[in-house]
Design a protein around this ligand. Structure first.
Ligand code: KG4
Ligand code: ZN
Length: 353
């Protein structure tokens, strides 16, 4: 079985083909046309501009994904078994481009469509690859229940997964998402967009210079009894610290390292608490912020201390928005025959898991 995945929920036009293997899926092609350079000058994604770029890019990107998967012109109706497309959450004008493309291809090729929730896609970045090669334990049932921390520009969620397609959200952010907080903090310090990679690069300088952290920021909601998060107060605390110091520009690595550590401390603390309470077998990371090297390192260390809990995180290239994750979620949904007739496929900007 081969699945074509299409992702256009925000500012990346992406398409990929994945193929069923004996124990999972492998990626045959992965094409992304990023708009970061276009939106950089505005300091964030401009929806109208993003949509126009998607319209220009979508067909060349899909075509390239097919050709790279060795599916030549005219062969797709025979070789593609399903089309997976992101239906939401995301920007309506961006999502529509991917969805309309999937509908037209479904009609023209007579191939079924699976609608994918964008968060579900991020979660399934952890399922890319042949499970036999990556799974240490022999009994494949033992990965569930799995706890997934999804941290992206739009979401911060702790999701309990009891099986494929079975999700329960146990906590989420009450205000800014973790990635959004990184982006806003970087904008306040004027160090670039997107903020996550910029903050993490500056934070690394502090470690490389063996300097000590001298700035102290709060860890919002770290001791709250629930699994919710809040990052807008942290951002405001940083703003006050910057205002207090007219020479803050000389200490950017210090501010970045403390800001990053504050976010990581809260994320790890809540994840560990939930992993223990729900007695999960596996913990997974997903979403753009899971590209953060310190978060990856520290989360792995924290989970490894727990008894009988495995830890998984996606390859770096599958952390930020990409189409193999959508195609992989599509594969597992197609196996359960969860198709949507193309006529009924609709955008759902606020889609819930
Ligand atoms: O998953 P994603 O590509 O898009 C959404 O679904 O939102 O996530 C993008 C977010 C941005 O906020 C970006 O700053 C953040 O991921 N990000 C990072 C890193 N790389 C990307 N945050 C922290 N550290 C990073 N290395
Ligand atoms: Zn995303």
């Amino acid at each position: 079985m081969k699945i074509l995945g299409i992702e256009t929920s925000c500012d990346e036009t992406a398409a990929a083909v994945v193929e069923e293997t004996r124990h999972g899926v492998s990626v045959l092609s992965n094409v992304i046309s990023s708009q970061i350079d276009i939106h950089k000058k505005y300091g964030g994604v401009v929806p109208e501009v993003a949509a126009r770029e998607h319209v220009l890019n979508i067909l060349p990107v899909v075509n390239e994904a097919l050709l790279k998967a060795n599916i030549k012109n005219g062969e797709a109706p025979k070789k593609i078994n399903a089309i997976a497309v992101t239906i939401g959450p995301g920007l309506i004008t961006s999502l529509i481009v991917g969805i309309e493309t999937a509908k037209v291809l479904s009609y023209a090729w007579n191939v079924p469509v699976v609608g994918i929730n964008h968060i579900e896609g991020h979660i399934y970045a952890n399922f890319i690859g042949d499970a036999k090669k990556t799974r240490k334990q022999k009994n494949k049932k033992t990965i569930f229940p799995t706890l997934i921390l999804t941290v992206s520009g739009g979401h911060t969620m702790l999701v309990l997964m009891r099986g494929h397609g079975k999700y329960e959200t146990i906590g989420e952010t009450r205000d800014d998402a973790a990635g959004e907080a990184f982006d806003k903090a970087a904008a306040m310090m004027k160090i670039g967009y997107p903020g996550g990679p910029a903050i993490s690069a500056y934070a690394e300088q502090l470690t490389m210079n063996n300097e000590r952290l001298t700035i102290k920021l709060p860890r919002p909601m770290i001791n709250s009894k629930d699994y919710d998060f809040s990052f807008s107060g942290l951002k405001t605390a940083l703003l006050y610290e910057l205002k207090k110091n007219p020479n803050y520009k000389l200490q950017i690595p210090n501010y970045c390292a403390e800001f990053q550590q504050a976010v990581i401390d809260v994320l790890i603390s809540k994840t560990i608490k939930a992993a223990k309470e729900y007695k999960v077998k596996t913990v997974m990371l997903s979403g753009g912020v899971s590209a953060n090297i310190e978060l990856r390192k520290q989360m792995k260390k924290a989970i490894n201390i727990l008894d009988n809990v495995k830890f998984k995180m996606p390859d770096l290239k599958y952390t930020t928005d990409n189409a193999p994750m959508i195609a992989t979620a599509g594969y597992y949904k197609a196996k359960r025959k969860k198709f949507t007739p193309w006529k009924k496929l609709k955008v759902d900007c606020n889609a819930e898991l």
